[in-house]
Design a protein around this ligand. Structure first.
Ligand code: GDP
Length: 431
């Protein structure tokens, strides 16, 4: 989702305006000159468009004085956002500080909007016109305190922001499941078990009926669409390239599905082919449930061995839940439905930006990213940009090592769950 950064010097009513945009009625946080408040990010919405609002917070007059701090803040806003909103106090007019910020912002390649705040009555409109001098285009007169004209400003904001990439469509109808796994792992046996033996018998009369591509399956009081199942029941033997065709089928099933049941043969060691299927699932971004099939063949010894194999083999999907099943006896197949539901809930889950940033700033304060090339990268803020699969975007001042990104993911899952779903973490380094 696109990001709007709000900048402005203290006491222009920036926090009041932010609260106005967010539609909150909470106590207004007063900007105190010289007091540093952490950069904060919030979810905002207007006319059905969602965006992340970043309040660039207080000023830190350092060696360069207030002017320098202001310019730095504006630079930061430009490099981490899709549009910038500069707030000035119309009752005061453009100060030298405002001019310094405007000068930086005029170089922005992204849209910049100018809000002239504290226009509490008509008489102040004349002062607003003088703000054209900042060279940022038309000033929008608003009164954050009274809510005056904030609708027009918001219209302009959403117009300036790029369209968010849309989340994968959640089409109506049953949720779509792909049953994947290497040949002979028991996919068709499991499907037969789930759909009931009768159905399977009918379908096995080769060539007499045209198979529907998908199967509707009733599990645990809910209808599920198992995609691309026609091929599963056919016993096709390709003389050569069997694996190639198997992987094509896996790919197309994953494309059509929202969640995958990955079948593994618990009676045999994990194979290269299993790992290839798992890689395809991870790359597809689909939610996933691991079903360890042929559990009826697993004895005590095998179980211990299997635990070790899985610890090593499933490092890419530590978040996937496992169910030990037997397509032959029907053992635990009823556990599949609740596990699928959990995975899909995670896949659809969104953490509000405020909550995400509260957690993240604690985490990065306690364990900062490792220093690289003598520099300490800082994580500025984050937003969950999408769902299906859940995708986080971290805005940073430097590259984050893979190890640190994994650490963040692990901690994120400890805090927010997301069992059964991949979580993608993208890092946007401010340029
Ligand atoms: P697919 O190629 O993945 O569709 O695998 P199939 O469903 O055709 O199964 C391959 C073989 O494994 C068949 O001989 C099945 O009877 C057998 N099989 C499937 N599931 C189980 C199970 O849970 N336990 C045992 N013992 N055998 C199974």
């Amino acid at each position: 989702q696109p990001v709007l950064a709000v900048v402005g010097r203290p006491n222009v009513g920036k926090s009041t305006l932010v609260n106005r945009i967010l539609g909150r009625r909470e106590a207004v946080v007063q900007d105190v000159p010289g007091v540093t408040r952490d950069r904060v990010a919030y979810d905002a919405q207007w006319s059905g468009r969602r965006f992340t609002l970043v309040d660039t917070g207080g000023w830190e007059p350092g060696a360069t004085g207030l002017q320098g701090a202001v310019a730095a803040q504006a630079e930061l806003a430009m490099s981490t956002s899709d549009a910038v909103l500069l707030v000035v106090d119309a009752s005061v007019g453009a100060t030298t500080t405002d001019e310094a910020v405007a000068k930086v912002l005029r170089r922005s390649k992204r849209p910049v909007l100018l809000a002239a705040n504290k226009v509490d009555d008509e008489r102040l409109l004349a002062d607003v016109a003088s703000l054209w001098s900042l060279g940022l285009g038309e000033p929008f007169p608003v009164s954050a305190l009274h809510g005056r004209n904030s609708g027009d400003l918001l219209d302009a904001i959403v117009k300036a922001l790029p369209e968010a990439p849309r989340d994968a469509e959640r089409t109506a109808g049953p949720r779509r499941v792909a049953l994947v796994g290497k040949p002979n792992v028991g996919k068709s046996s499991l499907l037969n078990k789930l759909t009931g033996e009768e159905r399977a018998v009918v379908d096995s009369v080769a060539g007499t009926t045209v198979d529907p591509v998908d199967s509707l399956v009733e599990l645990d009081g809910q209808t599920w669409r198992f995609v691309d199942t026609a091929g599963l029941r056919k016993r096709v033997n390709f003389a050569s390239g069997a694996e190639f065709y198997a992987s094509l089928r896996t790919k197309s099933a994953l494309d059509a599905a929202e969640v995958a049941i990955v079948l593994l043969d618990a009676s045999e060691p994990l194979s290269e082919q299993d790992l290839r299927v798992l890689t395809m699932v991870v790359e597809s971004g689909r939610a996933c449930v691991l079903a360890l099939n042929k559990w009826d063949l697993v004895d005590e010894d095998r179980r211990h061995q299997l635990d070790r194999e899985l610890d090593r083999g499933l490092v890419r999907v530590p978040w996937a839940e496992r169910v030990n099943v037997s397509a032959l006896t029907g053992r635990a197949v009823r556990k599949l439905a609740p596990t699928l539901r959990t995975a899909l809930e995670s896949w659809d889950q969104r953490v509000p930006t405020g909550q995400l940033n509260g957690w993240l700033s604690d985490l990065t304060a306690a364990t900062p990213p490792p220093v690289r090339g003598g520099k300490q990268p800082k994580v500025l803020f984050a937003t969950q940009a999408g769902i299906r699969p859940p995708t986080l975007v971290l805005f940073t001042t430097g590259f984050l090592e893979a190890g640190y990104r994994r650490f963040i993911e692990r901690k994120f899952r400890e805090r927010f769950g997301f069992a059964g779903s991949p979580v993608r973490i993208n890092v946007r380094v401010r340029e």
